[in-house]
Design a protein. Structure first.
Lengths: 115, 112
């Protein structure tokens, strides 16, 4: 089966600019996650969707970050305006369901550099 | 809240050496435990997992045993190869199936 697709692979922007990332999960996977991985750290959850509804966005900096999953398939994550500390790899992952028995599949990520 | 602590890296070993990467966790109930690996330039891949106490996960020569009494899930391999060089992440998901919580990662570098 096809994996989790993310684009772009790399992005360089200046601070205060806006940027958007796209994720296409595995077909049929109801649960989708966005993680932020800062260099030298483990991935940190930003937001979790179940179909097109938000399950957990408690760690999403809502003053600048937004995410949507229209129609319960593709998802976009936006940052506006970007700060230097947003430089990180943004990972998308999907699962068939939300319970522990289902495995996660991660995309290759988008590496964002804010200068 | 739930958390994962893993040993600081980097870990530098010679080929065929024994590997241990320590991982301890804090969680209520009985979480599922995972080791993920990230090779240079690639995405996260599941290495192994264990879903209940005393379970042993294994894959590609790596093993980890879920120890409830010590809240640990240490990763071991008897003989590492250069191709094992990567960053290893310990992670947990609680009984409710919440999103994975990761440790900070341990970089392994194996030289021939």
């Amino acid at each position: 089966e096809a994996g989790v697709a993310q684009s772009p692979r790399y992005k360089i922007i200046e601070k205060r600019q806006s940027v958007a990332f796209w994720c296409n999960p595995i077909s049929g996977h109801a649960t989708l996650y966005w993680y932020q991985q800062i260099l030298g750290q483990g991935p940190k959850l930003l937001i979790q969707f179940q179909n097109n509804g938000v399950v957990d966005d408690s760690q999403l900096p809502k003053d600048r970050f937004s995410a949507e999953r229209l129609k319960g398939v593709d998802s976009t994550l936006k940052i506006q305006p970007a700060k230097l500390e947003d430089s990180a790899v943004y990972l998308c992952a999907s699962r068939l369901g939300g319970q522990g028995v289902y495995g996660y599949t991660f995309g290759s990520g988008t590496r964002l550099t804010v200068v | 809240g739930n958390s994962v602590t893993q040993m600081e890296g980097p870990v530098t070993l010679s080929e065929e050496a024994f590997l241990t990467i320590n991982c301890t966790y804090t969680a209520t109930g009985y979480p599922s435990l995972f080791w993920y690996v990230q090779y240079p330039g690639e995405g996260l891949q599941l290495l192994l997992k264990a879903t209940k106490a005393d379970d042993k996960g294994s894959n590609k020569g790596f093993e980890a045993t879920y120890r409830k009494e010590t809240t640990s899930f240490h990763l071991e391999k008897g003989s590492v190869q250069v191709s094992d060089s990567a960053v290893y992440f310990c992670a947990l998901s609680d009984q409710a199936g919440t999103a994975l919580i990761f440790g900070k990662g341990t970089t392994l570098s194996v030289s021939s």
